[in-house]
Design a protein around this ligand. Structure first.
Ligand code: AP5
Length: 190
């Protein structure tokens, strides 16, 4: 039987990786297996080999044509992974020249997801999480700009649903309510 392909997205710092790890642990305890794949890591491996970036946060500023090529190569590699797959990525990426679609036609055609999950929370909470995360070179932006990005992601997700027939699920990952968001994600994946 063909596995399920679920894509999970959310603006940087919303906590999608944290929610994924919790949900997958719950499912593992029940014997449900998913392979978790970070789209950005696949892109970064290709970009590093091509010697175009030194860290993953620099990828957002690459030329659009280069980002397109990295997306395409990452999607082709991910499409070959068998079984149930959970792909951690972005509905859109904020670049210096505007929003870049994270799941354009050349990515969706390869992956053809069953479900796209949008992880969201209050703009102020995202701002605080970014400010306290010292492990990353997060872009500096205010809560109004974060709100705009979250709104844009909902709009572009509707276009992805039209292109693939997938469903769109919104999961809210509020402060101190990680149990709730991870159990909602686990329900989607069962
Ligand atoms: P990626 O690696 O996905 O970077 P990211 O969005 O910054 O993702 P992170 O995993 O770092 O953040 P997160 O939102 O998962 O938050 P976390 O769990 O760490 O992508 C890297 C790059 O790849 C992108 O910038 C882009 O250039 C490129 N890329 C990727 N996909 C692409 C695509 N499709 N097309 C083009 N380019 C693409 O949590 C953050 C903090 O919040 C932590 O401190 C955590 O403890 C805290 N936290 C989480 N949940 C809670 C909670 N409920 N309460 C309180 N604190 C919480």
């Amino acid at each position: 039987m063909q596995g399920r392909k679920v894509i999970i997205t959310g603006v940087p710092g919303v906590g999608k990786t944290t929610v994924i790890n919790e949900a997958l642990q719950t499912l593992r305890d029940e014997g449900v297996e998913y392979q978790s794949i970070n789209f950005g890591s696949f892109m970064f491996e290709v970009a590093k080999n091509d010697d175009v970036v030194q860290n993953r946060d620099q990828m957002r500023s690459l030329d659009r044509a280069v980002q397109k090529q990295l997306q395409q190569r990452a999607a082709q590699a991910i499409a070959k992974v068998p079984g149930n797959v959970l792909i951690d990525t972005h509905a859109s990426v904020k670049t210096p020249k505007g929003y870049l679609a994270g799941l354009p036609e050349w990515v969706l055609r390869e992956i053809m997801p069953d479900i796209i999950v949008l992880v969201e929370t209050d703009d102020d909470q995202i701002l605080m999480r970014r400010l306290t995360d010292e492990t990353r070179a997060r872009d500096k932006e205010g809560s109004r700009s974060i709100a705009e990005h979250q709104q844009f992601n909902r709009s572009i997700a509707a276009a992805y649903a039209m292109m693939t027939g997938c469903t769109i699920k919104i999961v809210i990952n509020a402060d101190f309510l990680l149990d709730r968001s991870s159990s909602e994600l686990a329900d989607v994946l069962r």
